[in-house]
Design a protein around this ligand. Sequence first.
Ligand SMILES: CCCCCCCCCCCCCCCC(=O)SCCNC(=O)CCNC(=O)[C@H](O)C(C)(C)COP(=O)(O)OP(=O)(O)OC[C@H]1O[C@@H](n2cnc3c(N)ncnc32)[C@H](O)[C@@H]1OP(=O)(O)O
Length: 184
Amino acid sequence: MTRSSVTTPPPGAGRLQAAPGGPAPGSPLGSHYGDCFGCGERHPTGLHLRATTPDGLTVVAEFTVGEAHQGAPGLAHGGVLAAAMDEVIGMSVWLFQRPYVTGRLETDYLAPVPVGTTLHLRAWCTGVSGRKAYLEAEGRAGSPDGPVAVRAAALFIEVGMEHFARHGDAKAIADEHHEYEVNP
Ligand SMILES: CCCCCCCCCCCCCCCC(=O)SCCNC(=O)CCNC(=O)[C@H](O)C(C)(C)COP(=O)(O)OP(=O)(O)OC[C@H]1O[C@@H](n2cnc3c(N)ncnc32)[C@H](O)[C@@H]1OP(=O)(O)O
């Protein structure tokens, strides 16, 4: 992975620890919002990622490239592939059991991805330092051990739930996340 110093954990960064109350190995990771372009079941042309954690520390998901995801004819748009990387990494909020947002996302495109291809996505954390989490992801074409078509490295920043209330739709968040106080 070609990653910058911004997405490389500093010396002394901690490791992701399975959070108390976090998903058990083998658990599905739910959508964080039904209208999310990445994981929302209500989104008509979204990615519809369905993720699980095999071990409580990493995320795996599948995304099948559809007609709505094209850039060049018959090929996935690079921004859509970056969105898939962002989303599978973002699913790690369920592992952290804390809300994070993307600060920086770096993406390497290694092969074109034709419409109809299922990308097998995997994300893992490389370090945690204060509010910063360093994560990477890859998308393999066709099967979990297929060729890597896209890779990403990201810096995610921990925020409070008030971030979403202040900048977004507090009611929509509260409606879907009764377990988290959005206006503490
Ligand atoms: C269990 C819970 C469930 C909850 C369930 C519901 C919610 C779960 C939603 C998940 C959603 C997922 C979906 C996919 C992930 C998206 O796509 S998220 C959407 C895209 N991202 C955004 O909209 C973020 C926009 N940016 C911001 O809001 C603000 O810039 C941030 C990131 C919150 C940081 O602002 P801030 O809190 O004022 O913090 P700030 O002091 O600026 O930065 C903190 C540190 O990070 C560094 N930093 C920040 N940004 C950068 C950057 N771009 N480059 C380098 N360094 C940076 C700063 O330099 C600083 O470093 P230190 O000085 O501490 O060393």
